[in-house]
Design a protein around this ligand. Structure first.
Ligand SMILES: NC(=O)c1ccc[n+]([C@@H]2O[C@H](COP(=O)([O-])OP(=O)(O)OC[C@H]3O[C@@H](n4cnc5c(N)ncnc54)[C@H](O)[C@@H]3O)[C@@H](O)[C@H]2O)c1
Ligand SMILES: O=P(O)(O)OC[C@H](O)CO
Length: 330
């Protein structure tokens, strides 16, 4: 009788959240050959292989959809909207073995507390090894296996390296980092800047203005990263500059397209009412404004986008994004 060699057991990667990004990450990590379980909160009929957020993508055979949280896995990817991270991670913590590493793939700050994703997990999953994955990644392209890259950061570089080796594939290239604060700050802030970039184009201010906005955002996000214990140099990488380039120019971005509509004069409430997907920048902007104020960081872009979203500025005032400040040194 054949006995199974435990050293030949396939890795198990659990993905929590079957929105666009969770579905894409299930497809991408399936290419490692691991067994993938994809948790979704809404039940689907047995045999479902195509999920609502990415209706043109068929899940690979080694992806199993489940409605039950995992108790174990080699790694868990948490891929839910930022404002639900506290609730979902609290519930997951009650069943998941304490040594299992969790990677947050959210890009945002928690509204009301201005917490970064890993700061939320430190409260809901204390003592657990955690990391963050972030980079210029439109879900549909990653799901289709088009080439993409991202940063995976953990406070312990050795863990980041170990997890990149587990998750890296020939089309989804991962770079390890030991600056999780900088990576999270970058991923959250770019969504706010993307709204600003959309407003700039939607209000007809031109592409020069957008390029200036993106470039000044790099400096602003660097200051915010340092104020939260991260490194400004991280903002030059995939999670910073890389994601700013993608999200501030690609019409596939929900944050950028929301900004475009705002810039064209459509009220925020109408834009949000017509959408079912998450535009993280709407929640993250006031949290980023509060963080900047609390840490005494000059953050005119975060401030202006927040005030535009709150209706304190009209799109006609969008030049505030760049121009209404005295000249200074670069
Ligand atoms: N879509 C992308 O291209 C992309 C790429 C990189 C990172 N991200 C980030 O990933 C995160 C998720 O984004 P997405 O694009 O998958 O969002 P989405 O709007 O496509 O889907 C969100 C998913 O979360 C689920 N959800 C909503 N409320 C929930 C709750 N209370 N509990 C559990 N699940 C809940 C929804 O059912 C849905 O499946 C965001 O932080 C986003 O910034 C997205
Ligand atoms: O559609 P957005 O604006 O949430 O952007 C998606 C990804 O974060 C791009 O990297």
């Amino acid at each position: 009788m054949k006995t199974e060699d435990p050293s030949m057991t396939k890795p198990h990667i659990a993905v929590i959240g079957a929105g666009a990004w969770g579905t894409a990450l299930a497809c991408a990590t399936a290419a490692t050959g691991a067994d993938i379980t994809l948790w979704m909160r809404s039940p689907v009929p047995p045999g479902t292989r195509v999920l609502p957020r990415l209706p043109t993508v068929r899940l690979p055979e080694n992806v199993t959809i489940t409605g039950t949280f995992p108790q174990s896995a080699d790694v868990v990817l948490l891929v839910v909207p930022m404002q639900t991270l506290r609730d979902v991670s609290t519930r997951l913590e009650t069943v998941l073995a304490p040594s299992i590493p969790v990677i947050t793939c959210c890009k945002g700050l928690e509204e009301g507390t201005s917490r970064l994703p890993l700061e939320v997990l430190a409260e809901t999953m204390p003592g657990r090894p955690c990391g963050v994955l972030s980079g210029p990644n439109f879900a549909i392209e990653v799901a289709r296996g088009l080439p993409a890259a991202a940063t995976l950061a953990c406070a312990e570089l050795a863990l980041a390296v170990q997890l990149t080796e587990l998750l890296n594939t020939s089309s989804f290239r991962l770079y390890a980092s030991d600056d999780p604060k900088g990576v999270q700050l970058a991923g959250a802030a770019k969504n706010v800047v993307a709204i600003g970039a959309g407003i700039t184009i939607g209000a007809g201010l031109g592409e020069n203005a957008r390029a200036a906005l993106i470039t000044r955002a790099v400096a602003e996000i660097g200051r915010l990263a340092e104020a939260t214990g991260g490194r400004a140099s991280t903002i030059a990488g995939l999670a910073g500059m890389g994601d700013l380039i993608l999200t501030c120019t690609g019409r596939g971005s929900r944050n950028y397209s929301l900004g475009l509509e705002l810039g064209e004069g459509r009220p925020l409430a109408d834009i949000l009412a017509a959408r079912t997907t998450v535009a993280e920048g709407v929640h993250t902007a006031p949290a980023m404004q509060a963080l900047a104020r609390a840490t005494d960081v000059s953050a005119p872009i975060m401030e202006t986008v927040t005030r535009l979203l709150a209706g304190e500025f009209t799109p006609d005032d969008a030049r505030h994004l760049l121009l209404d400040r005295p000249p200074t040194l670069e």
